[in-house]
Write a protein that binds this ligand. Structure first.
Ligand code: B3K
Ligand code: ZN
Length: 853
């Protein structure tokens, strides 16, 4: 077991030394790769006498101080040098073997190309360095490699020199004028196809844009390039932010631990977020590419120009940049549908994280393995916190805050507090209490009661906020919650529409002059990431579905109506009473189905209804079998009640060619298949006639809900057709992972031997094993424990191979508190097996030990 020590935010200290400039020279030569780092070191703390550098898995072949050899000590993870010098040049030569690096952190090989991943603490696997984000240096990089195998040698900044060398080798030199922390360093060497383009900034500077992809994939790079140009234009228009180098490069690699990385001027991307054409990528994939390309581009200002002081401040760049990419998607696409997607992530995954063992504030207090904190809390709840400030300050106030933030902090490494202070100072809005959102973990519950007095015409909402304790934080304080509220009259008119600041543990909102009892649309647009408890009647929810002023509120009402009915049926099942669906609900859904004015993509969201995982998050204890039966029953009843309308809509949509139409068509198809197998013919013809991946996959997904001969034959056809396209084979793996059935785990275990699968490739692992654990809850939680066993076997394999990916896909196994005793026992025992591993990674140790504590 590696040394396990938590780091604490409260222990932060400014560095004793800094590095102002570094010249890196890479001689890329397989297992004999050599890195020379020449750093200009400066003492900051005049009492400090020892320079301590970070480094992991490196062997030093030479160390010089001001050109002369010098004593040093290497202990686990560190190299120390005693010195009295105030400024000096430190030169270190290290040897490393990128081919042996399967953890994909530091310098590694992806399909024959060299590439790097340094965030959060990967630079220390390349050379000994002050690997912390508050040490900002100017980098010069020289790369040397075989010319035939590695014609492209890339790094950050601008290309300043290149040339041929003896023995068929060549070199390229790069300079990045912007000081940056080590986590933003990048190097890529390989042979690619290159898509070239350019962008002229609004001040008239020409920027070369380059997208590098695996040979033969050039035709799949156009959407990424178009997305990049769109992002650059959007950031100029909405945030007044321009790009700052002469070149912007994106390289797509197939072996990558996450989605993409915002290295200065040289983004490295997972192929999943670059490659697309309409045969092989779905509308959702296209959207994902646009949003991730945007996200990484927006980091150039929020993350790179202004970076984090320490890793506890991660949400400073990530929450803000997710907010920016969400706004980008909403400005160039459907605001309502993008908002719904963001709300779903919070209600399903983030609430789950908050109620599990890894609960943490968006600015965590303690961390064992930083890579474990790239979470839905830091990213997505972090974005909600930024969004609340935007709601409280308005667009103008918020933009004034951004301007002030950049004026004060461009070129610096700063804290979340610095960001809030800029927002506060520029807008004059007091955010003192609001700051608690940064330090307090857990999901606040907002319980609302209404009373109406016809005589005095007074309508009163009594609000109570309460945040339940989390494992790492028992005391909770009231938060500043922006409550977006609309009150609707019986004729659907909007009587009140306003954002209220809720700051007390208990607070009343009183409305006078109410000639009738209104229907409240509470927390419109999900104006705060809280659980709302309000006892809506069926009629009230139907009223909201019809009249609420925002489309998101209509969707919320339909989801609440569905959830309520599911829970009632769970109770019926437990009491051995017959299940039942209120005809008003079915009529309400039919009403939406017939509403041709309603946005198609939005209606598709309505027809997906809350997932099993979302429903699980609504309660503290769950009977999963009863819940799954009740949900299934509801879908069947709604589908058969609306069968004619679904069929009519399906037929009409089949002639249309837009992403919204396809989303709705496929949602209708999924529901139709719930009514009876008689609709299998529709699925088959959709699959056979499909002219794009969205329709092929829509057909297969509809079929995937149960075992059938047709499913087996179409999946086989799909697999044969796409055998040479890994990203499409990932979709096939996920379909297999998400199919029901008693012996599913045996089938999946066999699939781990399939040529389309590899434990070494994170995309393959996430598509098969990650998807199974996260998106097939019924089989994952089978009471015979087969799901837990299958996941555990995979995790044990990945523990040594790729700990980062192992620790990510384990999430559903550590969130066991909501399940029954028997399942909890099985899940705990699986976790105990993992904890007992002799070489347990700290990534897994942190999560498993917290789960078992
Ligand atoms: N900043 C990277 C994530 C790095 C994850 C390190 N384990 C991608 C992003 O958020 O844009
Ligand atoms: Zn990011």
């Amino acid at each position: 077991m590696a040394q396990v020590k938590a780091k604490y935010l409260k222990d932060y200290r400014a560095p004793d030394f800094t590095i102002t400039h570094v010249d890196l020279s890479f001689v890329l030569d397989g297992a004999d790769t050599r890195v020379t780092a020449v750093s200009q070191v400066k003492r900051i703390n005049q009492d400090a006498k020892t320079l301590v550098l970070d480094g992991e898995g490196l062997s030093v072949s030479q160390l010089l101080v001001n050109g002369k050899s010098h004593d040093y000590r290497v202990t686990e993870g560190q190299l120390s040098i005693d010195t009295d010098l105030v400024e000096f040049e430190l030169s270190i030569v290290t040897e490393l073997d990128p081919q042996a690096n399967l953890a994909l952190e530091g310098l590694y090989m992806s399909d024959g190309a060299y590439c790097t991943q340094c965030e959060a603490e990967g630079f220390r696997r390349i050379t000994f360095f002050l690997d912390r984000p508050d040490v900002l240096a100017v980098y010069k990089v020289r790369i040397e490699a075989d010319k035939a195998a590695f014609p492209y040698l890339l790094s950050n900044g601008n290309r300043v020199d290149s040339g041929d060398l003896d023995g068929g080798r060549h070199f390229v030199c790069w300079e990045d004028p912007f000081p940056k922390p080590a986590y933003l360093f990048a190097l890529v060497a390989g042979d690619f196809d290159l898509l070239d383009d350019s962008f002229t900034t609004k001040s008239g500077r020409d920027v070369a844009l380059q997208v590098f992809v695996d040979k033969g994939n050039l035709h799949k790079a156009h959407h990424a390039m178009a997305s990049l140009k769109k992002s650059m234009a959007w950031d100029e228009n909405r945030f007044d932010l321009e790009y700052d180098l002469d070149i912007y490069m994106i390289v797509a690699v197939d072996f990558f631990n996450m989605g993409a990385m915002e290295n200065k001027g040289l983004n490295v991307f997972n192929t999943k977020y670059v490659l697309a054409d309409k045969d092989s990528a779905t509308d959702e994939d296209y959207h994902g590419i646009e949003s991730v390309v945007g996200h990484e581009y927006f980091h150039n200002w929020t993350g790179n120009r202004v970076t984090c002081r320490d890793w506890f401040q991660l949400s400073l760049k990530e929450g803000l940049t997710v907010f920016r990419d969400q706004e980008f998607s909403s400005d160039v696409g459907s605001r309502a549908v993008n908002r719904i997607h963001a709300i779903k992530v919070i209600k399903n995954q983030q609430f789950a994280e908050d109620s599990g063992p890894m609960a943490h504030a968006i600015r965590p207090e303690s961390v064992i393995e930083m890579n474990n904190f790239y979470t839905v809390t830091v990213y997505n709840k972090g974005a909600e916190v930024i969004r609340m400030m935007h709601t409280l300050l308005g667009e103008q106030g918020f933009q004034a805050g951004m301007k002030c933030y950049f004026e004060r902090h461009d070129g610096q490494a700063v804290t979340c507090d610095d960001f809030v202070a800029a927002m506060e100072d520029a807008s004059g809005v007091d955010l003192t209490q609001f700051r608690r959102w940064y330090s307090q973990s857990g999901t606040p519950e907002l319980t609302v009661n209404e009373t109406y007095d016809a005589e005095s015409q007074e309508y009163r909402l009594s609000l109570r906020q309460h945040t339940p304790p989390t494992p790492e934080q028992s005391e909770k304080l009231p938060l500043h919650i922006p409550l977006d509220l609309e009150l609707l009259g019986s004729d659907g008119r909007s009587l009140v529409s306003q954002v209220f600041s809720i700051t007390e543990a208990e607070q009343d909102l009183v409305f006078s002059g109410m000639t009738e009892q209104p229907v409240p649309s509470l927390l419109q647009n999900f104006s705060a990431p809280v659980r709302l408890n309000f006892d809506y009647s069926v009629d009230q929810l139907i009223h909201l579905m019809r009249y609420a002023g925002s489309e998101v509120a209509k969707w919320e009402a339909s989801a609440a109506l569905f959830s309520q009915a599911v829970w009632q049926n769970v109770a019926h099942l437990k009491a051995q009473k017959a299940m039942y669906v209120d005809p008003r609900l079915v009529d309400g859904v039919k009403g939406l189905l017939l509403d041709e004015q309603l946005d198609q993509a939005l209606l598709a969201e309505v027809l997906k209804f809350p997932s099993l995982n979302t429903l699980v998050e609504q309660v503290s204890r769950v009977d999963l079998d009863a819940l799954a039966s009740a949900r299934e029953f509801m879908l069947e009843e709604i589908a058969s009640g609306g069968e004619d309308e679904l069929l009519a809509r399906y037929r009409e949509l089949s002639t249309m060619d837009s992403a919204g139409a396809r989303a709705l068509k496929n949602a209708c198809l999924g529901l139709l298949l719930q009514t009876s197998d008689a609709h299998q013919g529709l699925v088959q013809s959709q699959y056979e006639q499909a002219g794009n991946m969205t329709d092929s996959l829509g057909a297969l997904a509809a079929l995937n809900l149960e075992q059938s001969e047709l499913r087996v034959s179409l999946l086989q056809d799909f697999q044969q057709k796409w055998a040479d396209t890994p990203l499409v084979m990932d979709k096939w793996l996920t379909l297999e992972a998400c199919c029901p059935g008693e012996d599913r785990c045996d089938a999946l275990r066999e699939l781990t031997q399939h040529s389309a699968f590899s434990f070494a490739n994170p995309n393959r692992v996430r598509s098969l094993i990650g998807a199974f654990a996260a998106a097939n809850p019924v089989v994952f939680h089978r009471i015979d424990g087969s799901g837990y066993r299958f996941l555990t076997e995979a995790i044990i394999k990945l523990n040594t191979l790729n700990p980062q990916v192992a620790a990510r896909i384990i999430t559903p196994l550590i969130q066991f508190k909501k399940f029954d005793e028997q399942r909890q026992k099985l899940m705990r025992s699986a976790l105990e097996d993992i904890l007992a591993l002799p070489d347990l990674s700290k990534d897994l140790y942190e999560k498993v030990s917290k789960a078992l504590a």
